[in-house]
Design a protein around this ligand. Structure first.
Ligand SMILES: Nc1ncnc2c1ncn2[C@@H]1O[C@H](COP(=O)(O)OP(=O)(O)OP(=O)(O)O)[C@@H](O)[C@H]1O
Ligand SMILES: [Mg+2]
Length: 156
């Protein structure tokens, strides 16, 4: 049905992962093509692999994947490096003031890559994503990864 190997660049497509390591490697490759200002939304049910994906993105950006943890209580984590990765998790966000915490200052938004778990919970007036990754559980170790490009996705 779908391939595990994606082309380089920010391409749309459906892919199949057969292990957590493969999901992480997929995200790592994508992470190498991300630039400051990019915004990646991760959609998918509990335990689908969103945080696993963020670990790969971190690696692709040259950051330590072991520093990636679900920001359940703080809601936003920052992994600093040449490019900072800002990691938000909307699972427990439920009030307007909590959403306000997720609005990045323009300067930070322009200089970081922003990744958001539970992107389906973002308010409708949020800035458009560069890329959306929808992760579907298809088996114990298998996941469908659907990559789509947002309206502002650059050609690269
Ligand atoms: N192909 C796969 N890709 C990613 N994760 C997988 C895969 N197969 C099995 N898993 C397992 O699924 C789980 C995914 O956990 P992870 O924390 O990444 O999910 P999550 O979507 O962030 O969950 P939550 O909704 O709680 O934030 C891990 O235990 C991982 O080992
Ligand atoms: Mg998670």
């Amino acid at each position: 049905m779908t391939s595990a190997i994606q082309p380089p660049g920010l391409k749309a497509g459906d892919y199949e992962s057969t292990s957590p390591e493969q999901t992480e490697a997929f995200a790592e490759r994508l992470g190498r093509d991300l630039r400051p200002g990019d915004r990646v939304e991760l959609l998918g049910t509990l335990g689908s692999g969103k945080t696993t994906f963020v670990r790969g993105l971190a690696r692709g950006l040259g950051l330590d994947p072991n520093s990636v943890h679900s920001p359940t209580f703080t809601r936003v984590h920052r992994y600093r490096g040449e490019i900072t990765l800002v990691h938000a998790d909307l699972y427990r966000v439920d009030s307007d003031s909590q959403y306000e915490e997720l609005g990045l200052e323009a300067e930070e938004e322009a200089s970081s890559v922003f990744v958001i778990e539970w992107g389906e919970r973002l308010p409708p007036d949020s800035p458009p994503a560069t890329l959306c990754i929808e992760i579907e559980i298809t088996g114990d170790l298998t996941r469908k990864l659907r990559v789509s490009r947002g309206p502002t996705a650059p050609d690269r």
